[in-house]
Design a protein. Structure first.
Length: 319
């Protein structure tokens, strides 16, 4: 195992150290009291200054029917006011399958939806350990079906659907691309996967060398997968672990972003390689000096990455 702190971008490390979220003991809570993380994050968020919605942006929450008629799924939608037939990005927040909310991405999506003229639909999916796999994936797939069927009601283009996610949300997004390919009900144009966990085995070189990295440790990853898969962790169900897919053919084109100092780095690269072997076009980028979830911290590295994201999405949409 190697120390990573001296290799972290200095301004990023300062921003992490100053963040109140850095005081949450995620690793121990994941093991001993995972749902307590949600309470601690909510308490911190209540102390933050509310973000002002940009003048030209419409943000609304809607509830849509799931396949289970007794339950609805909340979608948080960001779109330019007055625009129609917008490409749609169905997005899944991070949080180790256990915590996180769509609202935690407001600070990014308030700008991104306007900067690239893209409708972003963030899914408030069910969380482990109360709702292990396949609950989150099922919610996401139901949301995918809904936006495809009712795109005109929200100003979207049903023939221009992208899917994406951060961290565990990227895992769910990748799982849904495999499910959607097999069910053939909706076509997904592109998958955007940001520092994704892709294997429950945790045996890659980066997982071993960076086991104690800031923001993501091997121990935290172990508990994340245990809560998500529970008693099925030794024999994960189909679609639960993207790298275990029987086939990677006929999946959407992909953008995969990994971080130099993230133990999950090699898993993302391995997924990119599997897609490439199946002749799926892949854009793979590694952010130097970055740790897991670096884009949540205000510093030149995350600002530059935001600008990079704009260009990536513009290239995707212009293809």
């Amino acid at each position: 195992m190697e120390s990573t702190i001296e290799n972290v971008d200095p301004a990023l490390w300062k921003a992490i150290a100053k963040s109140p979220y850095h005081q949450i003991d995620y690793e121990n809570l994941l093991e001993n009291s995972p749902t307590e993380i949600r309470k601690e994050e909510i308490n911190l968020s209540l102390k933050e200054e509310p973000l002002k919605i940009p003048e030209h942006l419409d943000v609304k929450d809607i509830s849509v029917q799931s396949a289970d008629k007794s339950r609805k799924i909340r979608l948080r939608i960001y779109r330019s006011k007055g625009k129609q037939d917008l490409p749609m990005l169905l997005y899944f927040h991070g949080g180790a399958f256990i915590y996180g909310t769509p609202e935690q991405y407001d600070f990014i999506f308030y700008r991104l939806a306007l900067d690239i003229d893209l409708m972003i639909i963030s899914v408030d999916y069910r969380l482990a350990p109360e709702h292990p796999f396949p609950a989150g994936m099922e919610d996401g797939y139901d949301a995918l079906l809904w936006i495809s069927k009712y795109a005109d009601q929200i100003g979207g283009d049903k023939d221009n659907i992208l899917i994406g996610g951060s961290s565990a949300g990227a895992t769910i997004a990748a799982s849904i691309t495999q499910l959607a390919r097999d069910r053939k009900e909706v076509e997904i144009r592109h998958q955007y996967l940001l520092y994704p966990p892709m294997s429950q085995l945790l045996q890659t070189s980066s997982m071993i060398k960076l086991a104690n990295a800031p923001m993501q440790t091997k121990r935290a990853a172990e508990w994340m997968w245990k809560h998500y898969l529970q008693h099925k962790i030794t024999q994960p169900p189909k679609y639960a672990v993207p790298l275990l897919a029987e086939s990677f053919e006929n999946l959407p084109d992909a953008t995969i972003i990994v971080c130099e100092l993230d133990p999950l780095k090699d898993e993302g690269k391995m997924y990119a390689q599997e897609l490439q072997k199946a002749n799926i076009p892949v854009h793979l980028a590694e952010i130097k000096g970055a740790v897991h979830a670096f884009d949540f911290f205000s510093c030149p590295l995350s600002h530059n990455f935001y600008a990079q994201q704009i260009q990536i999405f513009k290239q995707i949409l212009n293809q």
